[in-house]
Design a protein around this ligand. Structure first.
Ligand code: ADP
Ligand code: MG
Length: 338
């Protein structure tokens, strides 16, 4: 390895690929750096393309993730990225790496999980690839479409905008903490039946596809991203890509009830779950203040709670106002792959 550099950070590596190896053409509206690649189809429509991989023992643990959950999760992650652009998912392809020991029934269960989600959102699953390998892994790519002049970009946040987030945060981490703390499969299953709501957020995340389309139909979208690596990490992405700063009000964070309950039992801080817990698949977006108030009302009438958690400001970085209203820099950490 002498003279060769090891990979320490996923984001630094992606940045290097973006600077040195990205190939764009005239039709590309957004390339590396957003939730999906965006290209111009014609005068009015944009095509969206995103891909995501789940690897055994890295992204899921079969001692508490069922094959149905796994299929569900693989599609949900991609649908969430299409939602984060304000788009509508259209079709998906699946590549599956199958190790020894995985049966036809297991694979069918994975597809049953995917199929349920696909039907719910009108997505076709119509292609893929099948290979043998050492670890079970599932890669899905989803194609979607949006209006060319109204794509929610990570680079779209403007100073003066309000920062909004759908749903509540910290619930997925709370579910994961409980699942991790009970690695014995039989107790896990028992606990799972007792705590379905808690585990649902981690094992069966619901992407905000309908909410994204509602927002895109009513508003000119500014900044938008989904929460896959944690709120703090996504706020930093938004701030960096938009070349602005963000100030968050800790008191306005929609901390999930389950996060408060689990953090209490495990003697953790629920705010930590809320800021740094991954796989929430909520939408984080920015709109001018008046529109933000309208968006909150429209989404809650449609059954999805939405909170205004802060403001976009000139400058850079992400700060949080604590109880004493003193701004504290929010560390850029979240789920890291390396
Ligand atoms: P998300 O969490 O929304 O799925 P990622 O953090 O996985 O996004 O990726 C961030 C950006 O980097 C995306 O635009 C993605 O397409 C791009 N990206 C990630 N890995 C690679 C790669 N190996 N080559 C090119 N682009 C990549
Ligand atoms: Mg994303």
């Amino acid at each position: 390895m002498k003279g060769k550099k090891s990979i320490k950070c996923e984001f630094d590596l992606i940045d290097l690929i973006r600077r040195k190896h990205q190939i764009l053409n005239r039709d590309i509206i957004a390339g590396i750096g957003d939730d999906a690649a965006v290209f111009a189809i014609d005068q009015t429509r944009a095509g969206l393309l995103t891909i995501d991989t789940l690897v055994d023992k890295i992204h899921f643990d079969l001692s508490y993730t069922s094959f149905v959950d796994l299929g569900h999760k693989a599609l949900a992650a991609n649908l969430s990225d299409i939602a984060a652009m304000g788009g509508k998912p259209v079709l998906a392809v699946v590549s599956i790496t199958i190790p020894r020991g995985i049966t036809i029934e297991d694979v069918e269960k994975i597809y049953a999980g995917m199929g349920r989600r696909a039907k719910k959102y009108g997505v076709a699953i119509c292609g893929g690839d099948t290979v043998a390998g050492r670890e079970l892994s599932l890669t899905m790519a989803v194609y979607g479409e949006g209006r060319k002049n109204n794509i929610g970009l990570r680079s779209g946040a403007k100073a003066g905008d309000a920062v909004l987030v759908t749903g509540s945060l910290g619930g997925a981490q709370a579910g994961l903490e409980i699942l991790k703390s009970k690695t014995n499969p039989s107790t896990t299953l028992r606990a799972r039946n007792q705590n379905t709501k808690l585990f649902k957020k981690h094992l069966r995340p619901e992407p905000r596809v309908k909410e994204a389309q509602l927002l895109a139909s009513k508003f000119k979208l500014n900044g938008m991203i989904d929460i896959s690596d944690g709120l703090a990490s996504e706020l930093h992405h938004l701030a960096r890509e938009s070349r602005v700063g963000v100030v968050i009000d800790q008191g306005a964070l929609p901390v999930a009830d389950e996060a408060i309950a689990v953090a209490h039992i495990l003697k953790n801080d629920p705010i930590e779950y809320c800021l740094y817990g991954g796989e929430e698949y909520e939408l984080l977006f920015t709109l001018p203040v008046k529109k933000a108030v309208e968006a909150r009302i429209i989404l809650s009438r449609a059954g999805t709670p939405c909170s205004i958690i802060g403001q976009v400001v000139k400058g850079s970085g992400v700060r949080m106002l604590g109880r004493d209203l003193k701004p504290v820099t929010m560390p850029d950490r979240g789920y890291r792959h390396f």
